[in-house]
Design a protein around this ligand. Structure first.
Ligand code: AP5
Length: 229
């Protein structure tokens, strides 16, 4: 029988945090625990780049430079994804919104839903700058199942191979020191102000993201269980 966590309505969950904070790592665990989909705008954009769609062609150079893809393109992409039936009980937005305009768009989108979905719970994973650099330069990802590793902090059992399916791990194109610096600047300029935006609405749940991965997961579950009992 399914646990109560996979039966109750969770509604929209927004994961905020700088590049390398652990949004993807935690989103996968939250998705599994509550039985709701992870919607990573970075993953969807990378899939579009890999398959050469019109959206992918527009996004490729912008992503490789560490800047943000234009709001309208990302919003359309998110709207298409939220219409899928697996989002009915809730979903985790990993990497969206990332600008004030995207946050306002999301608020309007949710208000205009027929079944008037509840406002999002916003989980902000906070980590210091130097820790982020170490995490991003050591990150490796499985190209088939998406599992995330770190050669220093969370290595696979066998060097460079995924524990789950044995695929050869890859380094993301935007995980070079130069591009990481641009991504962190874009975060400070465009995304960090969202903390105040959601704080002023009383929706922000801050987590200490510098703790071990299991500890951060525990903080996230506690925050969500409190917000959506
Ligand atoms: P995106 O893919 O969203 O990248 P990001 O925000 O830069 O975040 P990352 O995926 O780098 O980090 P993360 O927080 O998920 O950390 P992770 O769990 O992997 O976006 C990429 C690009 O797409 C953007 O630059 C932009 O161009 C475009 N884009 C995406 N969304 C957009 C939007 N809404 N608007 C416009 N443009 C958009 O963990 C990192 C590493 O740390 C891993 O190695 C992991 O193992 C390790 N780690 C995680 N947690 C811990 C821990 N607690 N302790 C130790 N190590 C840890």
């Amino acid at each position: 029988m399914a646990s109560t966590a996979t039966q109750r309505a969770i509604g929209p969950v927004v994961l905020l945090g700088p590049p390398g904070a652990g949004k993807g790592t935690q989103a996968k665990r939250i998705a599994e625990h509550y039985g709701i989909p992870q919607i990573s705008t970075g993953d969807i954009l990378r899939a579009n780049v890999a398959s050469g769609t019109e959206l992918g062609k527009k996004a490729k150079a912008i992503m490789e430079s560490g800047n943000l893809v234009p709001d309208e393109l990302v919003q359309q992409m998110v709207a298409d994804r939220l219409r899928q039936p697996d989002c009915a009980r809730g979903y985790i937005l990993d990497g969206f919104p990332r600008t004030l305009a995207q946050a306002q768009w999301l608020d309007n989108y949710l208000k205009n839903q027929k079944d008037s979905q509840v406002a999002p719970v916003v989980v902000d994973i906070q980590v210091g700058y130097n820790e982020l650099l170490g995490r991003l330069t050591g990150r490796r990802t499985c190209p088939t199942c998406g599992r995330i590793y770190n050669v220093h902090l969370q290595p696979p059992k066998v060097d460079e191979l995924c524990d789950v399916d044995g695929a050869k791990l890859v380094t993301r194109k935007d995980d070079t020191e130069e591009v990481i610096a641009e991504r962190l600047k874009a975060y400070e300029r465009q995304t960090a102000p969202l903390t105040d935006y959601y704080q002023s609405q009383g929706r922000l749940r801050a987590l200490d993201g510098a703790k071990a991965i299991d500890d951060v997961t525990g903080q996230a579950f506690a925050a969500l269980d409190k917000a959506r009992p």
